[in-house]
Design a protein around this ligand. Sequence first.
Ligand code: SF4
Length: 391
Amino acid sequence: MDALDAKYPFFASAREAVASAGVSLPDLVAADAPAVERARERVERALLEGTVASESGAFPGESAYDVQAELLSYPIARILVSLLDSDPAIEKYAAAEAATAMDRVRRDLETDDELRSVSTATVALDDLLAEFDLADAVRPDRSAPAGVSGGSRGGAAGGPTGNVAGRDPDHYRIDVGSYLRLTSPEWGDSWRLVNRALADGAVRVTRDELLAALEAAVEERVAEGLPFEDLGESLAEALESRVADLRRLLSERTYAEPPDVVAPPLFPPCMTNLVEKAERDAALSSAESFALMAFLVGIGMTPDEVVAFCADTSLDAEGIRYQTEFLTDDRGTQYPPPTCETLANYGICHNEDDHMQVAVDPLSYYEKRVAAADEVTDWRAERRPDETTGA
Ligand code: SF4
């Protein structure tokens, strides 16, 4: 097992490393090895924050987990997410694994050639293409730019534009068959074949677009085979409490019609507290910022509106945009905001006026307050158009 396998546990070499190490996952679970706690963290952060990176720090180096725990946490996380028995959870988990992996890839690609040659824990673009059998289907395109648009895929295709390290070109050509397999017209008009520069059976893409397409390939691979069937009763029993914790983070509730009115005076106390904390320029924890973003998205705010709403706070626009776009993705897998119980566990809810008795989550509490109010003024209506669109 090496650090590269642990960084990219969906690689075929990582799977082989796990298999050849002869480690028994049920034994690890029974022993409550560090990989089990890391797996729980992996799934929890995937569902709540769209990342599987450890809160203890970046791997390798800053993380509290060693190579073995980091690598083995991946198959255990896949077991945990299978036991959740929720298709949206699997989709969220796979998307978070892919987003985290591509963040790491982007950082690896920024590592200059000299450092890369002495570090075995960085991946090159060629390695990634080979991993997905794309070595022959994707070629660098060093011709002059042809005005190809820089579309992004649901906010997941962030990262630097251009080539920081100077090693990889800014544009590529992908064989049309592979392009169609890797991308979806649902990502936006710029991804439709009719809108692309097509020559000699290949589609021209920017480097960021290629990475976005590879992110989709990673996501597909992570989701492959999930949920596991027939995990066995003893494994399910041994993981029961961890699964119960994760299940509490999920809500089966759906909001056919969210309130779609932004009335800050009617926000529940937990959300008002978070807004005020951010306005005092105090940093929000990741759970706090997720809870606030999920609430604001839940009441119908667009990412631009959330950015404008939080303009004078400690929250930065890029982070807001990433999180809100993730929450409003168009694949129908978004979760409603965490429940009051979950927020209480995170110390975000203090159950003011015992209103947990009247609502199970901040969104339904807000919904009740809006319905009961004589007059409701929408914050958006009070803003000039250019302020709410972020233009
Ligand atoms: S009970 Fe629910 S809505 Fe009320 S403050 Fe707590 S988390 Fe917010």
